[in-house]
Structures are given as C-alpha cells and as structure tokens.
Design a protein around this ligand. Structure first.
Ligand code: GLN
Length: 444
C-alpha cells in the first residue's frame, strides 16, 4: 500500500463549513470551467471557453477546493491509454522521460481516458482529481498509476457541464491517494441537481453506515469466475487471489459466483458507447463550437482525431436502419442481461428491480482485477491502438458501467517483474456506494 499524506492533514483547520478549504483538485478537461478552456483534448474545441461551469466544479469550489488546472485526456474520453489526445500522450509518473530513457519503448502510459488526472494525483501535483468514467476511464488509469479511482453509481453526481460522450454511461469519477479522500470529495459532489435530468431522484437505499470498520464480519465477497480471462497476466491473477485472502482474513466470507454474460459486455459496450457518441458529437459542426466556420466535412475531418472518427463511423453504422436490430438492439439486450447477472449476485436488490439473488449466492461486493496487465509502454499501447484489440483493456471495467453500479479501483500491490502498480476492483449493487467504500478501505 502507498503511504502518503491524506487530504485532511493538508486542509486548513476551518473545515466547519468548507470541508475542502485549501485542497488542491485537478479537473479533467471535459468538465466545463468558465475561467479555463475546456477542450476535451480535441482540436475541435481548441480555445473553447464555456459560458457555464460544471456542477461538480462549482460544488468543489464552494467547499473550498482550489482548482489547480485541467488535465489531459483521451479526446472526448475515447481511449484507454491516453494516447488519443491532441496534446500528445500522458506519460506514467514512474517513467517520466529522462535523458536515459526518453523513448516510446521504455516510457509507460498513464492509462486513459482520465490519464492526466491519474498522473497528477500519483505524482503528488494535487490532492485529488475529478475524472469521468464511461467504461473504466477513472478506474483503469488509477490502477496503472497506483491510486484510488472511484466510479459512483450512475446518476449520483451531476453530469451538468460534463461534455457528453455516451450519456447513459457517463459518470463523474474521483481519483485520490486514499479511499477516505475519495469519499470526502464524493460527499461534496454527489446529490441531486435539477439541471441533470438523468440523476437518481434520491440516493437509493444505502443502508450500511460509512464509518471506518476494521472488521468485515458479515460482509460476503463474491469472486465472479467469468473475470478469469485468458488475457490476465499471472501476477494480476495472483494479486486478485491475495486481495481475496486479505478480505477473508479481515472477516469477510468469500464466495465464487457466476456472471455468465460478462463475456459479451465488451462487445455491447463498444456498440452502445459509439452509438451514443455519434449522436452527442453531431453538435460539433464547425458553427456552434470553436472558431473554424469551415464546411461540415472539413471541420470534422480536421477537428476530430482518428479514434474519434472511428467511433463516430462505428456509431453511425450501428444506428443505421440495416444494422440497428442486429447490433444496437442486441447490445441493449446484452446490457440488460449483464445488469441481471449482477442483480442475481447481490444480496441487496436493485431499486425497482424484480430480479433477486438466491441466499446461497448472495454477496455484498464483487472482487475482480481492474487491469489485465500493468501499464503498457507507449510503444505497446500504440501497437494495440490501431484497431479494436486495444479495447480488451476495458474488459474488467465495462460491465459495471453497463449496469450503472458503483465500482472502485484500489492500489493493491506492485509487480514483482516491473515494479509497476497493480490494482483490484470492487463493485457493489446500485446505490451501495458507502458500503463499497467501507469494504475498499479494508484493502488499503
Ligand atoms: N476506454 C473506454 C472507451 O474508450 C472507456 C472510456 C471512458 O470511460 N471514458 O470508450
């Protein structure tokens, strides 16, 4: 575990009314800010200054946080290695270029798409950072960089002012050194906002008190066997096992469970996310945003990078009349089945759901790996980045996104071969964010 100072030891004493007084927070560049540009790391939005501020940014500032800057990201949130940015890649803080190792074969990526936020926290440039997690973009770079990455339940934090990628999946996420710190920021940014119509009406039945507990007696941890995929490196499997043993030693019961539709989740995600993106990004037409005023096709060919164009083509295709039933409708069905898999595992039912677990398999949280390998080098990530093979890096994280459930990546250990961090992921039923954080704390 990493031992670094916690936010409360940095914050000034007067925390009565401003709990984040003096706390330094970096914000991913897809959250609108009125005093700094919001570019989504895209040429399309270069120099764009939003006339309004994202709700989460306003809430952080009102709580006393100092926004230290906007962080690099994959363009519009599309990517897993933070290579697809108009500003260039984010390098992993443990392999910052020096004269001796300044090449793509030795420099590792920070992960994406919230790579700048993860690197900034891991390098100690700020106490915490805000990211967005559509399919894993907070959890994956956090796992690569050895920090905590928390994706709350969908609809708990306002998306107002978060530039849309795939609206039914986009979630505000928090990156920090410690679970307590992530929880502190979560308490500030969560809660109903009338300007985001997709928010949960009220925080759904989170019935476990969030206080620190050293003992996990009564908590049942599920190990979903379908997450044991060929792509997992052996040391990630070993870390997963060790984390399960640790939770057991702290009093939790371990149960093997099955989420049979997991293997289809990645394909469904890469149909649904591009489909929603093709609709959301239609607004960038050279007239409404930016200063180009070029013809529509020219604007989109020069303003969007290759990966965004690939996603928009894919998204437009799956929504086209001939492909809609076979691809889009089918992906939505898979999404529902993935959600039902989770509902059959969790002891607490999903609000308003009729699918329930059986007492023999009911669990409170699920424990899985978060990344299939440690952070790849820039060269390795580029090799995978030319096609869909790179999408496999999201295989551990997209199921929680499809189901809208809370998930957190916790730094667990470091690789014995390359000394880079390895994270594990915990997931819980929709609305059980505080219980998830409580169990996560036991892994620190
Ligand atoms: N890597 C996934 C994608 O490219 C997830 C991105 C995200 O969560 N923003 O869509």
């Amino acid at each position: 575990m990493l031992h670094r100072s916690r936010i409360h030891s940095h914050a000034y004493e007067d925390k009565e009314h401003r709990p984040l007084e003096g706390v330094l927070v970096a914000v991913k560049d897809n959250f609108c800010t009125t005093d700094l540009p919001t570019t989504c790391a895209s040429k399309m939005l270069k120099e764009f200054i939003s006339p309004f501020e994202a709700s989460v940014v306003t809430r952080l500032k009102d709580a006393g946080a100092i926004i230290v800057g906007k962080t690099n990201m994959d363009e519009f949130g599309m990517g897993s290695a933070n290579l697809f940015s108009a500003y260039g890649p984010v390098h992993h803080p443990l392999s910052m270029p020096s004269a001796a190792n300044a090449d793509d074969a030795s420099i590792r990526v920070a992960g994406g798409s919230s790579g700048g936020s993860a690197a900034a926290v891991a390098a100690g440039l700020c106490h915490a950072a805000i990211g967005s997690d559509t399919g894993g973009s907070v959890r994956l770079p956090s796992a690569y960089c050895g920090i905590v990455g928390f994706k709350p339940s969908y609809g708990q934090c306002s998306r107002y002012g978060l530039v849309s990628y795939a609206s039914s999946l986009d979630t505000v996420g928090i990156l920090a050194q410690h679970v307590d710190d992530a929880q502190l920021l979560f308490e500030i940014v969560k809660g109903h906002d009338p300007r985001d119509a997709s928010m949960a009406v009220a925080t759904a039945g989170d019935d476990v008190p969030p206080q620190v507990e050293s003992d996990l007696a009564g908590i049942v941890v599920g190990i979903p066997e379908e997450y044991y995929v060929d792509e997992l490196s052996p040391e990630i499997v070993a870390a997963w096992q060790a984390a399960a043993d640790h939770l057991q030693a702290r009093g939790a019961e371990i149960r093997f469970v099955s989420c049979p539709h997991t293997r289809h989740a990645l394909a469904a995600y890469y149909v649904i996310a591009p489909a929603e993106a093709s609709s959301n990004l239609a607004r960038y037409d050279g007239i409404r945003y930016g200063n180009t005023f070029d013809a529509y096709a020219t604007t989109r060919q020069t303003g969007f990078g290759d990966e965004v164009q690939r996603r928009l083509l894919l998204g437009s295709f799956v929504l086209s009349e001939s492909a809609y039933d076979d691809h889009f409708v089918r992906a939505q069905r898979v999404r529902r089945l993935v959600q039902q898999d989770f509902d059959r595992c969790f002891r607490i039912p999903r609000p308003r759901s009729s699918t329930t677990s059986s007492p023999a398999t009911a669990v409170d949280v699920l424990l899985t790996p978060c990344n299939i390998t440690t952070a790849p080098t820039v060269q390795e990530a580029r090799r995978g980045g030319g096609g869909v093979s790179a999408y496999v890096n999201d295989v551990m994280t997209v199921p929680a996104s499809l189901a809208g459930i809370p998930a957190i990546s916790i730094p667990w250990t470091r690789s014995s071969t390359d000394d880079y961090p390895i994270g594990v992921q915990l997931m819980a039923q929709y609305g059980q964010d505080a219980m998830l954080l409580r169990v996560a704390r036991a892994l620190e």
